[in-house]
Design a protein. Structure first.
Length: 323
């Protein structure tokens, strides 16, 4: 292998730049020509490649987002799209690719692998819903952003004696909501993994009110049966609004653009470097992830079919601490 490329795909995650930098610098240290592919799989199909040297990845480790840009690319879900991408890569002399991203991105990586192109994935998504890594790039930063917001919301909720429904990202997974809820001292969490009964939730908030707390914080995962506004609406329509005044707020994309935390910079560096080492050593068709502090590789085929449950201890503990 002589020419190694890297791309970022799907939702951007803080720490992606650390991973790009690590792929490029590890590749360079092993005598590779290193390339960046711009705008994810769209750039692959369009042949939007550029040589990246060590200096091109200077001064990026502290930046959120991705210097390569990212995209969601429906065309890449077709066989023709994947074939075209491989022709573009081969045409540029590129003989290996590192794909930094989450579920959709690794499904794309697996398609390339199945068509015989050497590819290694790097586990990156704020949702932490990717099988093959206990923790993924971007989760720690997104959680810290959510926590800062929750801390602030608690202050204003207390001043006004309000219940605040805070909606966090996570697609169909409740990981961010669960962890932000526990670390933020929320009175309740609403997750896609557990069917919420609005009447029970309202009762619980009422109970918090009656115990004299000046605020109630409910962290709601965006993929739950009811979103934050939907819950407030339900309470209103069913005459369940008692005690507190209710408000809802959606954190949304602010969770994605922040300066990466130390943990995400280190995780990105570790996973990116290992992905380059793997592919250069001729081991491909795998995702590089991290479990119990150790680097692990998992076949992409397993990654795209596997399911990652929420951590059981936290799931059980959430209820006990939400008092
Ligand atoms: O997968 C990361 C994520 O931020 C999810 O939490 C969210 O549901 C989704 O991306 C939003 O996607 P888009 O950037 O395409 O709007």
């Amino acid at each position: 292998m002589k020419n190694l490329a890297v791309l970022t795909s799907g939702g951007d995650a803080s720490g992606m730049n650390a991973a790009i930098r690590a792929v490029v610098r590890t590749g360079q240290a092993r005598g590779m020509n290193t390339w960046g592919v711009f705008q994810g799989y769209s750039g692959l199909i369009e042949g939007n490649f550029k040589r990246l040297g060590t200096r091109d990845v200077s001064n990026i480790i502290q930046r959120g987002g991705t210097i390569l840009g990212s995209a969601r690319c429906p065309e890449f879900r077709t066989e023709e799209g994947v074939e075209l991408a491989i022709r573009r890569l081969r045409g540029a002399g590129i003989d290996g690719l590192v794909v930094i991203g989450g579920n959709g991105s690794q499904t794309g990586a697996n398609a390339l692998h199945k068509m015989g192109f050497p590819v290694v994935g790097v586990a990156s998504t704020i949702d932490n819903d990717l099988y093959g890594s206990e923790v993924t790039i971007g989760v720690d930063t997104a959680l810290n952003v959510a926590l800062n917001a929750i801390d602030n919301l608690k202050v204003t909720a207390s001043s006004h004696n309000r219940a605040l429904m805070v909606e966090v990202m996570g697609r169909k997974c409740g990981y961010l909501a669960l962890m932000a809820g526990i670390a933020g001292g929320a009175e309740a969490v609403v997750l896609p993994e557990i069917d919420v009964v609005p009447e029970q939730l309202a009762e619980r908030i009422q109970d918090v009110y009656e115990r004299g707390k000046p605020h109630a914080i409910v962290v709601v995962a965006e993929g739950a049966k009811y979103n934050a506004a939907g819950l407030c609406e339900y309470f209103e329509q069913h005459n369940l609004l008692r005690g507190y005044e209710f408000r809802s707020t959606v954190l949304g994309y602010v969770q994605r653009g922040a300066v990466p935390t130390c943990a995400d910079r280190l995780l990105g560096t570790r996973l990116g470097s290992e992905a380059a080492e793997q592919i250069i050593a001729g081991k491909h068709g795998v995702l590089v992830g991290c479990s119990h502090g150790e680097l692990i590789t998992t076949p992409l085929e397993e990654v795209v079919t596997g399911e990652k449950p929420l951590p059981p201890w936290f799931l059980k503990a959430a209820d006990m601490f939400a008092r």
